[in-house]
Design a protein around this ligand. Structure first.
Ligand code: SF4
Length: 440
C-alpha cells in the first residue's frame, strides 16, 4: 500500500469528500422537501430517510476513486458471497450496480456502444456491455472506477457473468475466483452444498494472498451477522407493503435497495434500514400510501427498467395503481433466515445456492402466487427483459397461470433493464392502459 495513495485517500476522500457529503446529507435531512418535479398530487413525498441512500452510495463511489493502493479492491457479481472479502477488508465494487446507475442516469447506451464498437454483440446483457464499455473507454458517471486486484464471479445468477469476468480477468491480469453453483430444480442436495462450501474454502487462500493478510473467523462471523441483520430489515420493509395502502412503492425499493446489494456486511447499512423501517412504520400508523389514491395493487417481476422508473411510476400512480411487491427486490431479503452466524461458510454455501435465478421457473411462479395472496394483489407486470434471459424464461407460462389460476390481470412488458433501444413509450403506454382496464 503506497504512502502517496494513502495521503490522497485521507485528504481527498476521508477529510474533504466524506465530510462534505455527510454535511450535505444533514442539511437535506433537516430541510427535507420533495424534488421540484415530484408529482405530489399523485404520490406521497419521497421517504425522508432516502437521503441516506444517496449519501451511502455517493460515498461508496467517491471512496472508489481513491482506494487503489490503500485497500485491496474486488469486483464481484451481484449475487456473489462477499462476506469473506469483506472480512479481509476489500473495497467491493459491483459492476452490475454501476450498470444500473448508468441506466438510471441515462448514459448506459453511450457506454455500451463503446463495447459494441469493439465487437461485443448487442445480444449480450446490457450490464455486461456497459461494464466492458466502461472498462475499455473509462467512461463512467461516477468519475473513476477503481481497478480490481481480484475478481469474484458466482454463477448463481447466470452464465453470462462467467464469460464477462473472464474478459475482465484477461484485461486487468488479476486472479479470478469462480464459485460455481449447481442449479436447484427443487431442493438443493447436501452434496451440492458441500461442493459450494469447498469452493468457498478454497477461495480463502487466494483472497488472503491478494489482501496480504489472514482471514479472522471472528471478523467473518461479524460480517455475516451484519449481512443477515440488514437483509432481515430489508425483508421487513418489503413486507410492510402487506398493509393497505402500501407505504413504499417498488419503484422506491429499486432505488433504496442499493445498500443491501452494495454495502451488506456494514453496520451503517443496518442503521440505515432500521431508520427507514421506522419511517415506514410511521407511514403505516398515519395511513400514508406511496400512491395517494391506491385503487389497485400489483407486483413487478424481473429487473427494473432503470431509465423509465419515473415515467412508469407516474403513469401507474395517475391510474391509482401501486406496485407493492417485486420478485427482484424480494431476492435480497428472502434468504436472510438461511444465514447462520455460528457456521458462516456452510450457511453461505446454502444461502448463495438458493437465489431465485438459480432455481427452476416453478419456484418463481410459487413466489409470485404467494405474493398475490399475501399482498392482496390485483395484477402482475412481468417485465420481459431482453438482456436477462434467465429471469425472463418461463414468463409466458407464468402469465397464463396467474391469469387462469389466480384470476389476476397479468401483463408481459417487453423492454430492457438499461438499454433504452428496447423501449417504445407509446407502445408501453397503450399496453399499460389495457392492463389497467383489465384490472378494472
Ligand atoms: S443476464 Fe441477468 S443475471 Fe446475468 S448479469 Fe445480466 S442482468 Fe444479471
Amino acid at each position: 500500500m503506497g504512502l502517496k495513495e494513502n495521503i490522497k485517500y485521507l485528504f481527498s476522500y476521508k477529510l474533504i469528500g466524506e465530510s462534505l457529503i455527510k454535511l450535505n446529507t444533514k442539511k437535506s435531512y433537516k430541510n427535507f422537501k420533495p424534488p421540484k418535479n415530484w408529482r405530489t398530487d399523485i404520490l406521497a413525498p419521497p421517504l425522508k430517510t432516502g437521503v441516506f441512500t444517496k449519501e451511502i452510495i455517493t460515498r461508496h463511489y467517491l471512496e472508489g476513486r481513491y482506494v487503489n493502493g490503500v485497500k485491496p479492491v474486488a469486483w464481484v457479481t451481484s449475487g456473489a458471497p462477499i462476506e469473506i472479502l469483506k472480512a479481509l477488508g476489500f473495497y467491493i465494487l459491483y459492476p452490475e450496480n454501476h450498470g444500473a446507475l448508468c441506466g438510471a442516469r441515462k448514459v448506459a447506451l453511450e457506454i455500451s456502444e463503446e463495447a459494441e464498437k469493439r465487437g461485443y454483440s448487442i445480444d449480450i446483457c446490457s450490464y455486461a456491455r456497459t461494464d466492458i464499455g466502461s472498462t475499455l473507454s473509462k467512461k463512467t458517471p461516477v468519475g473513476r472506477l477503481p481497478k480490481p486486484d481480484l475478481l469474484l464471479c458466482c454463477t448463481n445468477i447466470c452464465q453470462t457473468v462467467l464469460y464477462w469476468y473472464r474478459v475482465l480477468a484477461e484485461y486487468y491480469k488479476v486472479p479470478l475466483i469462480v464459485i460455481d453453483t449447481p442449479f436447484v430444480y427443487d431442493e438443493a442436495r447436501e452434496h451440492d452444498i458441500e461442493y459450494v462450501k469447498k469452493q468457498l474454502e478454497a477461495s480463502i487462500e487466494v483472497s488472503e494472498r491478494v489482501a496480504g493478510k489472514s482471514l479472522s473467523f471472528s471478523k467473518l462471523k461479524e460480517v455475516v451477522r451484519l449481512s443477515k441483520m440488514a437483509a432481515e430489515l430489508w425483508l421487513e420493509i418489503m413486507n410492510a407493503n402487506k398493509n393497505k395502502p402500501a407505504p413504499i412503492s417498488v419503484f422506491d425499493q429499486f432505488i433504496h435497495m442499493a445498500p443491501i446489494v452494495e454495502k451488506r456486511g456494514d453496520s451503517e447499512t443496518v442503521d440505515f434500514y432500521s431508520k427507514m423501517l421506522d419511517e415506514i412504520n410511521d407511514r403505516i400508523k398515519n395511513g400514508i400510501g406511496a400512491v395517494k389514491n391506491e385503487r389497485k395493487r400489483v407486483l413487478w417481476d424481473n429487473l427494473p427498467i432503470w431509465y423509465k422508473l419515473k415515467f412508469l411510476s407516474e403513469f401507474l400512480a395517475e391510474n391509482g395503481v401501486s406496485v407493492v411487491a417485486s420478485t427482484y427486490t424480494n431476492a435480497w431479503g428472502e434468504l436472510a433466515p438461511m444465514m447462520d452466524i455460528e457456521r458462516p461458510i456452510e450457511s453461505m454455501a446454502r444461502t448463495y445456492i438458493y437465489p431465485i435465478l438459480n432455481r427452476g421457473t416453478g419456484h418463481k411462479l410459487k413466489t409470485m402466487e404467494t405474493m398475490v395472496k399475501e399482498f392482496e394483489l390485483d395484477g402482475a407486470i412481468l417485465h420481459s427483459d431482453r438482456s436477462c434471459k434467465p429471469y425472463s424464461v418461463g414468463q409466458m407460462d407464468q402469465r397464463i397461470k396467474l391469469l387462469n389460476e389466480l384470476g389476476v390481470a397479468a401483463l408481459l412488458l417487453e423492454a430492457d433493464h438499461s438499454d433504452p433501444r428496447a423501449f417504445a413509450d407509446e407502445q408501453v403506454i397503450s399496453r399499460l392502459k389495457a392492463f389497467v382496464e383489465m384490472m378494472d
